[in-house]
Design a protein around this ligand. Structure first.
Ligand code: NAD
Length: 309
């Protein structure tokens, strides 16, 4: 039987790639409800979906910040039946905290955290009644490990992780699966948007040293991370397909294994010093250390993979 999958944020990036990958499944296992806030922006998805459009893929309007639009979309599905939810819509935010308005921070939480809350409130009761379903949630490695100048974004993903970690135990009792997907950098509109915001950001609200660190150290560091470690959204989509078809999907899945040692440091040192020191060194001594640290991450990752076998 085909399973109905609803994906949010499908006008670009990972959401678009996931919707298209599932719709083009060779075994035709899915009916994809590809949703987006503004259906006027559906051209890229339509092109990528090709002949699956109107067959295994339908485009619906859904704004994760609007409960009515979520309810309307779910109500429009036959029997309200949804087998898999992929909560993907999200937004980034970078820069010194004192340069950002609380209103903009609330927008980030409203999308990344409360967007998920609204979706889960709408679909979880039905899944519980049916005692089946899978909720796949786009988190981030920044849901586990904070990063300089990503304070509010990381906080919103930590909130996502806390919510899901708590809900997952309840979900188990109803035979519902939950999976947090934790990508590192992915080459999408996301990066372009946060960079554009960063370029135009008014840094007069902070001191010269913080502004300098942001512009001259953080932004080039981040650019290097994206260009050297960035994954393509199609790679992430392929892994999401694997998770969805897996009989026993994990609760957490990192898409970029190079990050596993970085996040593992957090659990290795309860004082929290190890990851802070590592990030400090990598970011502030990056000209010298960036390549060395990349090499070190690769080395650690190999060691960890070996020790698992
Ligand atoms: P993207 O900007 O291409 O996609 C985000 C999508 O969410 C866009 O299509 C946007 O229109 C949509 N969206 C935003 N607000 C919405 C709303 N209120 N209702 C419905 N849709 C809304 O970026 P992406 O990289 O594909 O991001 C997808 C997810 O992956 C996000 O949750 C993001 O936090 C997460 N993520 C991205 C990266 C990365 O480096 N790109 C890394 C880790 C996690």
């Amino acid at each position: 039987a085909t399973r109905r999958v609803l994906v949010t944020g499908c006008s670009s990036g990972i959401g678009l790639a996931v919707a298209v990958r599932l719709a083009k499944d060779e075994l035709q296992r899915f009916k994809v409800v590809a949703t987006m806030r503004d259906v006027e922006k559906r051209a890229a998805l339509e092109t990528a979906a090709g002949e699956t459009l109107g067959r295994s893929l339908e485009i619906h309007q859904l704004d994760v910040c609007c409960e009515d639009s979520i309810r309307e979309c779910v109500n429009s599905l036959p029997g309200r039946r949804l087998d898999i939810l992929v909560s993907n819509a999200g937004m980034g935010m970078i820069g010194p905290l004192e340069c950002q308005s609380v209103k903009c921070m609330q927008d980030v939480f409203n999308t990344n955290f409360f967007g998920l809350v609204r979706l889960v409130k709408e679909v979880l009761p039905d899944m519980k009644r049916r005692q089946s379903g899978h909720i796949v949630v786009m988190s981030s490695v920044m849901g586990i490990q904070g990063l300089l100048f990503n304070d509010v974004y990381a906080a919103s993903k930590f909130a996502v992780e806390g919510l899901c970690e708590s809900l997952a135990v309840q979900a188990m009792t109803f035979n519902i699966k939950m999976t947090l997907v934790e990508p590192g950098p992915v080459l999408t509109e996301f990066e372009r948007k946060v960079y554009e915001d960063a370029q135009n950001m008014d840094l007069s609200g902070t001191d010269d040293e913080t502004a300098r660190i942001f512009r001259e150290i953080y932004l080039p560091y981040s650019g290097k991370v994206f260009s050297s470690l960035g994954q393509r959204p199609e790679e992430v989509a392929e892994q999401i397909l694997e998770l969805i078809v897996s009989k026993d999907p994990p609760f957490r899945h990192q898409t970029n294994r190079l990050y596993t040692p970085m996040t593992a440091m957090k659990h290795a040192d309860p004082t929290g010093r190890l990851p802070l020191d590592a990030f400090y060194r990598i970011i502030f001594q990056h000209d010298r250390l960036f390549n060395a640290s990349l090499g070190f991450m690769r080395f650690l990752q190999k060691r960890m993979t070996k020790s698992k076998v």
